[in-house]
Design a protein around this ligand. Structure first.
Ligand code: FMN
Length: 186
């Protein structure tokens, strides 16, 4: 599959704009790989729109001690029935590891748990090294990985561009690998 034909949607929720800003930065980076993404706010997105895309990049911040950003929370009942067997999903989550170190990017874990039985293939797991926190619902593999990219605009904003760039390269290559495997399997 050439990159031109990867239909890519970035869907985010936000309270104060950071997660939207990261959606824009991810979209800019994707252009380096000839991928033009559509960007949607989850508050204006219907469940049907999820199936329009081959690659879904979903962004969610955590609020109020492990709470789910409001527009994603409103979408909860629509998440569980989604059939995403043809889709590849990459998650990113925003949080504050020093301010909320017992709940760091918890909402990304919530989103992962709601979608992990949707049939989608997940890409973009991300190492927890380089972050300092006590607990997070978004970790896998004995705490070695996050289920997606963790971004901390409050405490580590200076690391964000490099993280976004590396992660975008990772998800593009993992998506390519998945597409090759699918083609081989017929
Ligand atoms: C009142 C308040 C509660 C927060 N609760 C959490 C939390 O439980 N876990 C976390 O990782 N970050 C928490 N944060 C940090 C936000 O997730 C972070 O600022 C994020 O960048 C906001 O994204 P947004 O601008 O897209 O809404 C909290 C921030 C505030 C101000």
């Amino acid at each position: 599959m050439s990159n031109h034909t990867i239909r890519t949607g970035i869907i985010f929720g936000t309270d104060t704009g950071n997660t939207e800003d990261i959606a824009n930065r991810i979209s800019e980076q994707l252009k380096q790989y000839d991928i033009e993404a559509d960007i949607h706010n989850i508050s204006d997105t219907s469940p049907e729109q999820f199936s329009h895309y081959d690659l879904l990049i979903l962004g969610i911040p955590t609020w109020d001690f492990g709470g789910i950003q409001g527009d994603w929370d409103d979408f909860e009942s629509a998440l569980q029935p989604l059939d995403l067997t043809r889709q590849v999903i990459a998650l990113y989550g925003l949080g504050d590891q020093f301010g909320y170190g017992d709940y760091f990017v918890d909402a990304m874990g919530w989103l992962y748990n709601h979608l992990k039985h949707s049939g989608a293939q997940f890409v973009g797991y991300w190492p927890t090294s380089g972050y300092e926190f006590d607990a997070s619902l978004a970790t896998l593999e004995d705490g070695r990985l996050f289920c997606g990219l963790a971004i901390d605009e409050d405490q580590q904003f200076e690391l964000t561009d490099e993280r976004v760039n590396r992660w975008v390269s990772q998800i593009v290559s993992e998506h390519r690998q998945w597409a090759d495997d699918m083609a081989e399997a017929g």
